[in-house]
Design a protein around this ligand. Structure first.
Ligand code: F3S
Length: 241
């Protein structure tokens, strides 16, 4: 049997960096915690936990040690709360997400209406909006874009994993909503590249095995795009499967 590996696969830059930072924390002195699971992958979370890096729900759960902020990022109040408690902060926010947070902040500081393209309940989108004092209008489809009021100045920031295709069609609508439209195209290509590679491979093989957390939106989506092109696909998490 021939096994072919997709051209783009594995952790993206931001997640890899976050996991490496958590690994380093595990090998250093003192107790370390991640604010929420570092990644949607139970095996990695379990491995880190066995090395003493446990996930916590909120800052209030701990009184000392190192707190790792995951790649999705958090709002400014979390930094303040952790600093006040004297916790050591290890910031693994992906630099692409950081850029989106800072862009959103600058849009509000410049007195523009902020529109964030993304999923309302996604932690990354929430963190971006928190840097803009929660003043952003979050939309994820063309219908909601059409309902927006016409404004003098509008700034647009995008969830890093947002679809390029949807971005283009929503921007077309937003161009009619403001004469001064400033677009911060904060899309990261890592997700799209992995989906493109998976589709390309699925079209040319008899069977696809997609490996990754069952609770990972990105991995589920990879399996979905492979099935969409008619390839028999199994989503597995461990080698025993
Ligand atoms: Fe990953 Fe950062 Fe892009 S977390 S998907 S490299 S925005």
């Amino acid at each position: 049997m021939e096994i072919i590996l997709a051209e783009n696969h594995g952790f993206c830059y931001g997640v890899k960096r976050a996991v490496e930072m958590a690994d380093e924390a595990a090998n250093s002195e003192g107790k370390s915690y991640t604010l929420g699971p570092i990644i949607h992958n139970p095996q990695v979370v379990g491995r880190l936990e066995s090395k003493g890096v446990s996930p916590i729900q909120e800052v209030a759960d701990i009184d000392e040690g190192t707190m790792i902020i995951r790649s999705h990022g958090v709002g400014p109040a979390i930094y303040a709360e952790a600093e006040e408690k004297g916790l050591h902060i290890l910031d693994a926010t992906c630099p692409h997400v950081k850029k989106a947070q800072q862009d959103a902040k600058s849009v509000i500081e410049d007195g523009m209406t902020l529109v964030i393209l993304g999923e309302k309940n996604h932690p990354e989108v929430k963190s971006i909006n928190l840097w803009a004092n929660n003043k952003g209008i979050i939309i994820e489809d063309e219908e909601s874009a059409k309902k927006l009021q016409i404004v003098e100045k509008m700034g647009v920031v995008v969830q890093t994993t947002f679809s390029q295709f949807k971005f283009n069609s929503i921007i077309e609508i937003l161009e009619k909503k403001s004469k001064n439209l400033k677009i911060f195209k904060t899309i990261c290509n890592a997700t799209q590249e992995r989906q493109n590679s998976a589709v390309e491979l699925a079209r040319n093989v008899d069977l696809m095995i997609v490996v990754g957390g069952k609770n990972s939106g990105n991995t589920n989506r990879l399996a979905e795009v492979c099935r969409d092109v008619g390839c028999m696909t199994h989503h597995i998490e461990t080698s025993t499967e």
